[in-house]
Design a protein around this ligand. Structure first.
Ligand code: ZN
Length: 163
């Protein structure tokens, strides 16, 4: 297990369409373990493989119970129950936040680290995170959805509203 370097906006690896995972081997497991360490160290709630320079369809999301959900070759299959509007940031865009509208509930179909298919559904922050991380796998960043980066005052207002 090791901490990997998080690539930041401007790095070409963040704009590439990632390839599907076909081999569920030790190398994948090492990547997933390293990504969990890297996420914990960085203090985020989600991380996608291209953020650590690996152009494969792999991402992890920490849910509100603090469990890490590993998503290999994930696909959003249902977005339901309205929208949520909130401040969003990214470990590859350090210190910057913007307002992004996302579906309130998201259902994802993916494979686990052994290749077994499963579905997971979550809401609010975790649903936001599913959308954000899966977008990374197609080379997209949340900044494409925002009008502007929040000022410190705007961010403070948003964080206060959420508490
Ligand atoms: Zn991100």
């Amino acid at each position: 297990m090791a901490i990997r370097k998080i690539h930041e906006v401007g790095d070409p690896c963040l704009t590439k369409v990632c390839r599907p995972v076909t081999e569920f081997n030790d190398r994948l497991h090492e990547l997933l373990d390293d990504m969990a360490d890297t996420l914990e160290e960085a203090g985020g709630v989600g991380l996608a493989a291209p953020q650590v320079g690996i152009l494969r369809r792999v991402c992890i999301v920490e849910d509100e119970q603090g469990e890490i959900i590993e998503l290999i070759n994930p696909e959003i299959i249902v977005e339901t129950a309205g929208e949520q509007v909130g401040a969003e940031g990214c470990l590859s865009v350090p210190g910057k936040y913007g307002i992004v509208t996302r579906p309130m509930v998201v259902r994802v179909r993916a494979q686990d680290r052994y290749g077994t298919e499963f579905e997971v559904e979550d809401e609010e922050l975790t649903a936001r995170c599913f959308c954000h991380e899966i977008e990374h796998l197609d080379g997209h960043l949340f900044v494409e959805h925002i009008d502007h980066f929040l000022t410190d005052e705007e961010l403070k207002e948003y964080l206060e509203d959420e508490e």
